[in-house]
Design a protein around this ligand. Structure first.
Ligand SMILES: Nc1ncnc2c1ncn2[C@@H]1O[C@H](COP(=O)(O)OP(=O)(O)OP(=O)(O)O)[C@@H](O)[C@H]1O
Length: 359
């Protein structure tokens, strides 16, 4: 007969204790991990809320022939090689700097600018209302950025192409309809660019469903199935816009063009989205592109635009407050607007159309 030495007898007990300790450490780590995870999620949401609801970027156009020659046409805008959110302006011999979310120099391509916008279009498919607009003095490049040229299209075209390709990818799981409307606000009168009676003035009304959203009764909506369809709609809208006026400069300086795309998923497709429809429709994202002329003779206007852009960007109190800030524009400001949004809920399409104007 033999007996274990006491140290050997203690081993199972020690192993048990060690396992217990490891278990309890694991539990503690798991608890800390979950707490950190919650915190990270909360911080991320907060960051998205503060940073994502309105972003302000600047785009400086190249010097063009129309800028003329001489000291008035010299370049007054410079950039920071180490920080692409800074823009420097030389105004009456005094240097002034501004910080925005991103600054594009005249060398930036349409694709470079669109890359900055791309995530917003995806957000639209995810259920956010999206408003993208260009702001700036006449001739600063708003139309070029939003519409572009047939060879080098701007945000509107690229966004729609992306929208269609994303929708087609999801087509087997989701049912989508996309409709477009185009309107012009000229001298405070709202006109339907796609309607039979483009001269007729339309009204902006509060949606009768009590959602608090705005809409435009009678605004024509075309259901579109491809980018080609959209191009036809654009062309039609453009004709209605430009043939009306002989003095294009006067026209341009008093008019705001709006393209409204509605990215509609019937909520009934999923019980979850049906149940959550209010939450899914309850937020919106906005991108402001402040357009900048680079030349000396425009520096007073440029200074004004950049100051305004910085002010919009600095309001961090949430979407409501930012909208209030945006709402302080005078009607004479120059805008090109593209709005991508989805209707207020359910399967009804009535009520679509208004939120774009809130920005
Ligand atoms: N990034 C750019 N690259 C090349 N050309 C540009 C760029 N931005 C603007 N331009 C050119 O500058 C001129 C003025 O631009 P645009 O018509 O877009 O200005 P706008 O702000 O829409 O003016 P308005 O308010 O009078 O309608 C146009 O000839 C346009 O092609």
């Amino acid at each position: 007969m033999w007996s274990c030495p006491p140290t050997v007898l203690r081993v199972p007990h020690q192993i048990g204790q060690a396992i217990e300790e490891v278990n309890s450490n694991n539990q503690e780590l798991l608890r800390k991990y979950r707490r950190e995870l919650q915190l990270r999620k909360k911080c991320h949401n907060e960051l998205v809320r503060l940073k994502g609801n309105i972003r302000v970027i600047a785009r400086v156009r190249p010097v063009t022939k129309e800028d003329g020659e001489g000291p008035e046409a010299t370049n007054a805008v410079t950039f920071d090689p180490d920080d692409d959110s800074i823009i420097h302006l030389l105004h009456k011999g005094k240097p002034v700097s501004f910080e925005l979310d991103k600054v594009f120099s005249p060398r930036a391509s349409q694709q470079d600018v669109f890359q900055e916008v791309q995530a917003l279009i995806t957000s639209c498919i995810d259920g956010f209302n999206v408003c993208i607009f260009a702001y700036g003095q006449t001739g600063a490049g708003k139309t070029y950025t939003m519409e572009g040229t047939p060879e080098n299209p701007g945000i509107n075209q690229r966004a729609l192409q992306l929208l269609f390709s994303e929708v087609q990818e999801k087509a087997s799981d989701w049912e989508f309809t996309i409709t477009v409307s185009a309107a012009e606000i000229y001298n405070e009168a709202l006109r339907d660019l796609l309607g039979q009676e483009p001269q007729e003035k339309l009204e902006i009304r509060l949606c009768p469903d009590g959602s608090g959203q705005l809409y435009v009764p009678g605004l024509t909506e075309f259901r579109v199935q491809s980018v080609d369809d959209i191009n036809k709609v654009f062309e039609f809208g453009h004709t209605n816009r430009t043939t009306e006026f002989t003095n294009l400069n006067e026209h341009s300086s008093r008019s705001h063009a709006l393209l409204i795309v509605t990215g509609h998923v019937p909520f009934r497709n999923s019980k979850l989205t049906y149940l959550l429809q209010d939450s899914l429709s309850g937020d919106s994202k906005t991108l402001m592109v402040v357009q900048v002329s680079p030349v000396e003779k425009n520096t007073s206007e440029t200074l004004y635009s950049l100051k305004f852009a910085e002010r919009v960007r600095s309001v961090e109190l949430g979407p409501g407050a930012r909208r209030a800030e945006l709402g302080s524009w005078s009607s004479q400001e120059h805008l090109e607007v593209g709005g991508w949004h989805r209707p207020a809920g359910g399967t009804s399409r009535s009520g679509a159309g208004g939120r774009v104007w809130e920005g």
